[in-house]
Design a protein around this ligand. Structure first.
Ligand SMILES: [Zn+2]
Length: 296
């Protein structure tokens, strides 16, 4: 009973604060400023997720996702190399920010485990690193179907999780929302789908995460295009499993097409990896400055 009242109070307060950030009248702006001084939001933890991984050596573990391959390299190795460099770069350029990797060895980690790591470490951002690749083309030759590699894809692509309602996302947000109140009524961490106040709050937060994800994705895309002159297929909303379980803004970065010869050389070169890392770092720095100047 007492918990229910506490929950109501947290709901109302969070809703009030979140609503303020949605409007921008002068009155609300002055309130925002006050709130920002008394309780400034800071990005403290960034989760960096190197896509895929080699088959785990532990027997019995069925999850593995080897990823795409080029003519001499594998996506899982490139993503790990870029992620490790990104960790160093973020921690060097943004003092006070900790980077948690979802895997730091060659071995694969299951997708659910990756979001679990992100949520347990209270991540403020989730950045998943991948390489793209096109499937083979099927052509007809002398009446036979022949598979031919399609190396025409090139450049970057940014994915954010679309606005689909999932139980997983709600559970993750619910747990994050109520954890400080030491309140765990059920598996959703206190979120009650039949409670109108909970539903409004949940939708407000999901809308906010989605907007922030799209914004960060656009910032990263601009760095790739404007600074590095890379080709881009833009920012796309898509139901991505590794992103949908995370209770935080999340972006998946396709850093290049590993089955395109030019991109593969770039992705495997020190200078290419450094350029990708520098661009993502600058975008996160800009994003961080923006969100920290506005109260949450
Ligand atoms: Zn991938």
């Amino acid at each position: 009973m007492k918990n229910k009242i506490l929950k109501r109070l947290i709901c109302s307060l969070s809703l009030l604060l979140t609503s303020f950030s949605l409007f921008s009248s002068p009155l609300v702006n002055s309130v925002k400023k006050d709130t920002a001084t008394s309780n400034p939001y800071k990005i403290k933890t960034i989760i960096v997720d190197p896509g895929h991984g080699a088959r785990p050596s532990v027997l019995g573990e069925g999850h593995h996702s080897l990823g795409a391959s080029g003519s001499y390299s594998y996506e899982r190795n490139v993503t790990l190399a870029i992620a490790l460099k990104l960790q160093t770069s973020i921690e060097k350029n943004m003092p006070g920010v900790k980077v948690v990797l979802t895997r730091s060895t060659e071995e694969d980690v299951a997708l659910e485990k990756r979001s679990q790591i992100a949520n347990e470490n209270n991540g403020d951002l989730f950045i998943s690193i991948h390489c793209n690749s096109l499937p083979d083309k099927v052509i007809h030759e002398h009446g036979r179907k022949v598979h031919v590699p399609d190396r025409s894809g090139r450049g970057v692509l940014l994915l954010v999780y679309g606005f689909h309602r999932t139980k997983e996302e709600e559970a993750a947000i619910g747990k994050k929302l109520y954890q400080d109140a030491d309140f765990n009524e059920n598996d959703n961490g206190g979120f009650d789908p039949n409670d109108p106040a909970d539903v409004i709050l949940m939708n407000t937060i999901k809308t906010k995460y989605r907007k922030q994800s799209i914004h960060l994705a656009n910032l990263i895309n601009s760095e790739f295009v404007d600074h590095d002159q890379r080709h881009s297929d833009g920012v796309i909303e898509q139901g991505v499993l590794v992103l949908c379980h995370s209770a935080m803004p999340a972006v998946l970065v396709e850093t290049g097409f590993i089955n395109n010869a030019d991109d593969e050389a770039y992705l495997n070169s020190e200078s290419g990896q450094d350029e990708i890392v520098a661009s993502i770092t600058r975008a996160i720095e800009n994003y961080k400055t923006e969100v920290e100047s506005v109260s949450q």
